[in-house]
Structure formats: C-alpha cells, structure tokens
Design a protein around this ligand. Structure first.
Ligand code: AGP
Length: 637
C-alpha cells in the first residue's frame, strides 16, 4: 500500500519520480504528491489519481514559464526528490492529507507507507510544544520530529555531513515509532540526499551510475537500473548520487542484500492493451512456462529457488498449513487438493489474517506455506512470523524478489510472472497454482512417495498447460459478448466442487472487485443449505464442471446442482471440458476449455472468469486496473 519513490542523481528528479509513481500507482491512488529540493523545498500534492497531480504540475510549470522568477528554485530542475501515491489510512483522501508532509519550519518533507500506531501520543506531545498540524495523518508527526531531532544531531562525515545528520535524525526518530513504516525524507538544507527507513513495510534501493533510487518496489526504477539492494528490517539508508549508506536502528553499519532484477522493463508497460489486466491475462501462457522453466534437475528432482531446510526437515513434516490472502488464498485452496493427494500429508488452508489469532497448533514438524504475489502482504507476513516463533518451517511462494516474505522464509519458490500491475490478480494466480503443484511434487519426492519419472510425468502435463491457456484465450469472444449481456445483473453466483470450488471463489472475487457487483462463490453442494434462496428468475449462475473423464461422482453431483438452480429460474453459464456434450443441455451459455487432468483444471477454468469480470467492469464503465477502495499490495493489517 502506498507507493514511494526517492531519487538522488543528476537528472531532474521530477521526471524520474513521476515515472516511478506511474508504475507504483497500483499500490494506492487516493492522492499523490512530490517534493523536490532545489534552493529550498518545492512541493505539489493533490487528492485523486496521479493524473490530478500531473495536471497541477503542468499548470505550475506553465505559470512559472509565463512569469519567471530567477531567484526561486525550480521544481522541474531540482535533482533530488521524493514522491508518493497514497492509499488512505489516517485522514481522508484530500489535498492536505496527501503526502509529502512538511515540518513546521518548512525544512523537512516526509512520505510514508504503513501505520504509525503511537502517532496520537506523538502528536499530542508535539502540539503541547506548540507545533501546529496541517493534516490528519499519522505521517506528519515524523516530519516535525525529524526537524526537531536535527538540532540535537552532531555527526561528522567527510562525504556528506548534512546527509549523515539527516540519516541520524531519521534513525533516532524511528526508535520512537511503533507500527509498520517505510519513510523517506529530504531536507531543504541537504540537496543531493534522500534518507529512507523501514520497519515491516517494503523499501528497495536501486543502484545506478551517478544516481541512486529508493522505492517500494523495483518496478519504479527498472527503466534506469537493474541493480538493486534489498534492505533488512529496521534499517536506515542514505542515498546520494554516488553513495548508498545503510545502518541499523541502533546505529551500526549494515549491509543490504544485492540482487539483479531480471524483469523486462517493458513488462511494466501496457504494450498496446487498454488495461494492464488485459495484458496480464494474455501473458499467462508465458508466465506459466517461465515458472516451470528449469525446475527439474537432470535426475528429475524438482528444485526450489532458495532452500535453507534440509531434506530431512521436509521428511519430518507431518502437517502443512497454507496461509495467504485473497486470490493467493484461493490458490492455496487448490494446493490443498494437490498436496494431500500427492504427499498424503494433512494440509489446511487458512486466511492469513485469521491464522495467528486462533493460536494454531504448530511445531518444528509443521510446514507453513506462505503464498504472496507481492511478498509484502502484512497479514501473510505476520502469519509467517507467528509460525516461525512457534518453530514451524516456512516455505514462501512469491513473485517479487527482494521482498520481505521470501527473505524471512526457510525456503522459497519464485513464481516468474513478471510485474503484475493491475490490482486484480490474474497471472499471479495461475503461476501460484503452478508453484503449489511443484511444491507438492517436491515434497512427495523428498518423502519417497513419488519417483522421478512420476514427477516428470506431472511436470510434462504442467508444461502442456501453457498451450492450453493459449487455446482458452483464443476463444474468448463469446465470453466478451456474454459479459455485455450480464453487465446489468444484480448478482452473479459461482458454483464448483473439488478444485472447481476455489475457482468459483476466485471468479466471484474478480467480479466483486472489478465490477462492484454482488457475486458469491459456493461449494456447489452447499447451495441447497441456504444460498439457493438467492436464485431468482434469470439470476446468472456460473458452474465450473469437472472433466467427465475424472471422478464421475463429482461430475454427476454438480450436474444435479445445475439442474436444481435451473429449476429455480437461474441462467446458467457452464464451464466444461471441450467435447463434453452431455452438459450442453444444462447450459444457457457453454464455455468450453481444453481437456485437462482434474487437479490442473483450475489453470484453464479460471481464465474465462478473469475475462468475464474485466469485460463486465468495462461495460459498467469502471477502471479495470484501479478498482475503487483497493490497493495492490496490502501492507497494513
Ligand atoms: C485479488 O485480485 C487481489 N489482488 C488480492 O486479493 C490479493 O491476491 C491479496 O491481497 C494478496 O496479495 P499478495 O498475493 O500480494 O499477498
């Protein structure tokens, strides 16, 4: 949540920071702002999307060129700057609550992602000392505190005495803050210096030639550099054009972990599509193939990316919990079927936000699988930390290198989806499914339940899935037409059984978040225990039907469920395997997907539901990439 960018170098900071914010806007879009150091602190901030800020900046620059004032600094040319795109927590999305926030003396500007939990106390102390607050945010107190602390700091550094002072003031202030935060600050008296700090919220350094960057994630600076440094927990970083200095909150010199970014910089562009989401849906075949690439050793073993666990640790596992949120949770629900089927280890799937509060029974023979696209979701991170405190082992499935969840896990399998910019997860979901299958196979193999050739056979089936998703994508025109017909529906229900149930949940989530319609997913057998009362004449019910070649009982049961809803007036949209002629008579609309092994079917059955949701949202005139009230990366609990 909230996108943060900082720049110190030779280019005009305005362009670099605005470009970065454009790429981070998916993290929050309630308001946006920028501060540039150039002969003082120059700020502009606006409620609304980044476009409002850009408009205000354009007007400001037009006004400045019409009435030049040589003595004043220029927001367009200063080469040190910070910028922020906000998802509101404390204080509504207004101009005055937009970041940056300035200290009362006008010297310090601060931007923030996270929540400072003790801000009320800090604020009342500051007000008691005569400071007047200009916003309702928790962030503003940090600007005042840094400014006050600077008066007490006396640090000598031959390279950058003022920068060292700002870093030290930031460090001392961080010791007084509770909660989760990434902070960036600039000082009007320290051009060329940006200071950052992080606790629990994300911050990465981009290391360029004669320029350095700070950002919530690497997509903000990949067009300038591919070299990055992952900061650790409770660290302060100071960047100038030619240096990056890191210390921990106790003032000890510290190192970050350097890494190379292998994402293509074009991957963060729309590439001719109207929306990122449409592009990301289309990228799914490639994302599946990449996630599978090189996963088998020459002797047929499945490889994870980082393993700080021995095979014996994995052999000792007697219980698995999958923890995740939203779409990632739905991928975990599918994982349960595959993991239990292949490993015979009991596997429970739990919403990360609930996990630690019910005191789950965990010990060193429990494996917790944490799934997160961003690697920063606070609920998932806290569940992971709780698991580690209880001595459980943690394996992360994640899309983002340099993020917190993989760093804190004992083993990691990266999905190779590339940047996912649209708030609604699509390629993240399919690649998470692939990663879950691989984890299940790896566990089965290490425990001697599956031999290399059996694992190889499933991996070969997985490798075919990329082409099958391509086939689904080629057949989406009728789904687009159907979307236009359903755009005025009051409510859409989704039903499925077995792995079709999480697909139903995911289809409903996509529709809720994009189209703002009432949509619910149900285990088809559960419908008659209450929800069937929702069905009225014409209510659309999307039914995910398993393969006729799979478990016959399962299929017969869902066909009965389809008949039950039809008998009550439902308009059925049936997703079924190509060639499954029997279901045709139960379908008002039939969407055929390629023949696929039952456990892998969610990789194809989910895709039409993604397209359906995006098209209904478009038909209803909504912003597909940035749905209201949401943020891509939820870094608060
Ligand atoms: C779904 O479309 C959402 N983007 C959301 O449910 C998301 O999956 C959830 O917030 C978890 O995010 P993560 O994968 O980054 O942890």
């Amino acid at each position: 949540m909230c996108g943060i960018v900082g720049y110190a170098g030779a280019r005009p900071a305005l362009g670099v920071v605005i470009n970065g914010l454009r790429r981070l806007e998916y993290r929050g879009y309630d308001s946006a702002g920028i501060a540039v150091v150039d002969g003082g602190l120059l700020m502009e901030k606006r409620a609304g999307k980044l476009a409002s800020l850009e408009k205000a900046l354009a007007e400001r620059l037009a006004e400045a060129s019409a009435n030049p004032r040589p003595a004043a600094g220029n927001i367009a040319s200063g080469s040190t700057g910070i910028g922020h795109t906000r998802w509101a927590t404390h204080g509504g999305p207004t101009d005055r609550n937009a970041h940056p926030h300035r200290s009362a003396d006008g010297r310090i500007a601060v931007i923030h992602n996270g929540i400072i939990e003790n801000f009320a106390k800090l604020r009342s102390d500051l007000e008691g000392r005569g400071v007047t607050f200009l916003s309702d945010t928790d962030t503003e107190c940090v600007a005042h505190l840094i400014s006050a602390e600077l008066a007490n700091v006396d640090v000598e550094s031959p390279e950058s005495p003022v920068g060292a002072r700002l870093g030290e003031a930031m460090r001392r202030v961080c010791l007084r803050l509770e909660g989760a935060f990434t902070l960036l600050a600039v000082d009007a008296d320290a051009p060329g210096v940006v200071v950052g700090a992080r606790r629990n919220s994300p911050l990465v350094v981009g290391r360029g030639r004669d320029e350095n960057f700070l950002a919530s994630d690497v997509s903000a600076f990949i067009e300038y550099t591919r070299e990055a440094t992952e900061l650790g927990q409770d660290q302060v970083v100071t960047i100038t054009d030619d240096g990056v200095t890191i210390m921990d909150f106790l003032g000890n010199p510290a190192d970050g972990k350097e890494f190379h970014i292998d994402w293509d910089s074009n991957a963060a562009e729309k590439g001719g599509y109207d929306y990122f989401m449409l592009k990301e849906i289309a990228e799914q075949p490639r994302a599946i193939a990449d996630t599978l690439l090189g996963r088998l050793t020459e002797t047929g073993e499945v490889m994870l990316d980082e393993v700080r666990l021995s095979d014996q640790d994995l052999r000792d596992v007697d219980k698995i919990f999958v923890v995740a949120c939203g779409t990632a949770y739905h991928s975990g629900l599918v994982a349960k079927y595959a993991i239990e089927h292949w490993t015979r280890i009991p596997c429970e799937v739990e919403l990360a936000s609930e996990f630690r509060y019910r005191d789950p029974v965990l010990d060193r023979s429990t494996l917790v699988v944490a799934i997160s696209q961003s690697g920063e979701t606070m609920d998932t991170l806290m569940a992971l930390r709780h698991a580690k405190e209880q001595k459980a082992r943690v394996l992360a499935i994640c899309n983002t290198s340099g993020s917190t969840i993989p760093r804190e896990s004992d083993a990691v399998l990266y999905t190779r989806g590339g940047p996912e910019i649209a708030v609604a997860s699509t390629k993240a979901f399919l690649t998470q499914l692939v990663a879950c299958y691989l984890v299940g196979l790896h566990l089965a193999q290490v425990r001697g339940i599956k031999y290399a050739d059996e694992v190889g056979a499933v991996v070969a089936q997985l490798q075919e899935m990329s082409g099958k998703v391509d086939q689904v994508l080629d057949l989406m025109e009728p789904v687009r037409r159907l979307a236009r017909e359903l755009a005025d529906a009051k409510s859409v229900l989704f039903i499925g059984r077995h792995v079709g149930y999480p697909v139903a949940l995911e289809g409903a989530l996509k529709l809720k978040e994009l189209a703002y319609m009432h949509a619910e997913g149900f285990a088809a057998g559960e419908l008659k225990h209450g929800p069937i009362a929702l069905i009225d004449q014409g209510t659309p019910v999307v039914c995910v039907v398993p393969s006729p070649r799979g478990r016959g009982v399962l299929r017969d049961k869902i066909i009965s469920n389809i008949q039950e809803v039809r008998a009550r007036g439902a308009r059925t949209v049936v997703i079924a395997e190509d060639g499954d002629e029997d279901v045709r008579s139960y379908a008002d609309h039939l969407i055929a997907v390629p023949v696929t092994p039952t456990l892998l079917a969610p990789l194809v059955t989910t895709v039409p539901l993604q397209v359906l949701a995006a098209e209904i949202a478009t038909a209803r005139g909504h912003d597909v990439d940035q749905p209201r009230n949401l943020a891509k990366s939820v870094t608060v609990e």
